[in-house]
Design a binder for this molecule. Structure first.
Ligand code: MLT
Length: 204
């Protein structure tokens, strides 16, 4: 997959994989990652699917209606890419955090819905329920920050709550932050994610 890797100053920090929203690229979330974990190594990835020229991580049939077969295929493809990248760049595959926004948050959620031990933690900004009716792997020790907007026109509050409940039922430790905003990524939620990550590293 097309990507950018930046080795961080702190070799003990986890590595962050960055997953952009529809129409974005591997560079989009670099400033966000720099705010949240300035010294960590960073792997920015570009989605392999194009929708009218806009990169995405999996196909959709309409807004909010996912092509389930492609979602599963792309989830496995991304996981394999992460395994290869960990070998190539020699980062600890067991300590990988995701930062995803919108479509990128959806594929990050899909990784955790489908595959065991795939992410050590995740920051999901404006994520949807990637799939329903499946049994999730055990997500014990997986820390997840969810940033949502109370007026998100794409994601009803009920859907975010369902996502949180499903992840918690699989034993994930989920922190939720609700901003009075729509689907856009706000500085406030990035700041809250930063505070969450600092608390997490200090408690270890
Ligand atoms: C998706 O297709 O993943 C969601 O609708 C979010 C987006 O617009 O990318």
């Amino acid at each position: 997959m097309k990507h950018i890797y930046q080795a961080g100053k702190d070799k003990n920090a986890p590595t962050f994989v960055l997953l952009h929203g529809t129409g974005g690229n591997e560079h989009d979330l670099l400033p966000i990652a720099n705010m949240i974990a300035p010294d960590a190594s960073i792997l920015g990835v570009r989605g392999n699917v194009l929708e009218n020229g806009m990169p995405r991580f999996f196909r959709r049939l309409a807004e909010g209606i996912f092509d389930e077969e492609d979602l599963i295929f792309r989830t496995n493809e991304l996981n394999e890419f992460l395994n290869e990248a960990a070998e190539k760049y020699e980062f600890d595959r067991e300590r990988l955090f995701a930062i995803g926004y919108s479509n990128g948050a959806n594929i990050a959620a899909s990784l955790m819905y489908h595959l065991p031990n795939v992410l050590h933690g995740a920051i999901l900004f404006h994520a949807m329920v990637p799939r329903r009716g499946i049994h999730l792997p055990d997500l014990s020790n997986t820390n997840i920050f969810i940033g949502a907007g109370t007026n998100d026109p794409i994601i009803p509050q009920q859907e975010t709550k369902e996502l949180i409940e499903t992840l918690r039922n699989a034993n994930a430790i989920v922190e939720e932050h609700w901003g009075h905003a729509g689907h856009q990524l706000t500085r406030d939620e990035v700041e809250k994610a930063r505070e969450w990550y600092i608390r997490l590293t200090e408690s270890k």
